[in-house]
Design a protein around this ligand. Structure first.
Ligand SMILES: [Zn+2]
Length: 136
């Protein structure tokens, strides 16, 4: 079976332990867009024991906290769909009123040209530093 997350598709792993990893996507419209991925191929959160469920959500909220601190977005979007890739992963997306889709989902109808802001080297360094501090 071919699974995009098991195959380690796009993005850069900026933190991981034995069970989870945080991937920074190099998204042209959404700087700071991260995914928290369970390393094991599991489909639903309710397939996991409570301790692992808790660890995943803890990681998601830590990433959210760090992204808010660095980017001060209008809103954070959290999403777990997995219809196309049924392997547990959470999207953490900083959103801005001027971004290409706001207030729609970033998968929804595009409303404007968007920000075209990629993450700077300084922002990326701060993101990695703060993530390591809060997740260690
Ligand atoms: Zn998988």
């Amino acid at each position: 079976m071919s699974c995009a997350i098991c195959n380690g598709l796009d993005g850069e792993i900026i933190w991981n332990d034995n069970t989870l990893r945080v991937v920074l996507l190099d998204h042209p419209d959404y700087k700071g867009y991260c995914r928290v991925e369970l390393i094991a191929h599991q489909k639903e959160m309710t397939d996991l024991d409570e301790a692992l469920q808790f660890n995943i959500m803890r990681c998601v909220f830590k990433v959210e906290t760090v992204l808010r601190k660095i980017f001060n977005p209008a809103k954070i979007n959290l999403a777990s769909l997995g219809n196309k890739t049924p392997h547990i992963h959470w999207h953490i997306i900083p959103r801005f009123k001027e971004d290409a889709h706001f207030p729609n989902s970033h998968w929804g109808e595009k409303l404007r040209d968007g920000l075209h802001q990629t993450i700077s080297a300084q922002e990326k360094k701060e993101l990695i530093t703060l993530l390591n501090q809060s997740l260690s």
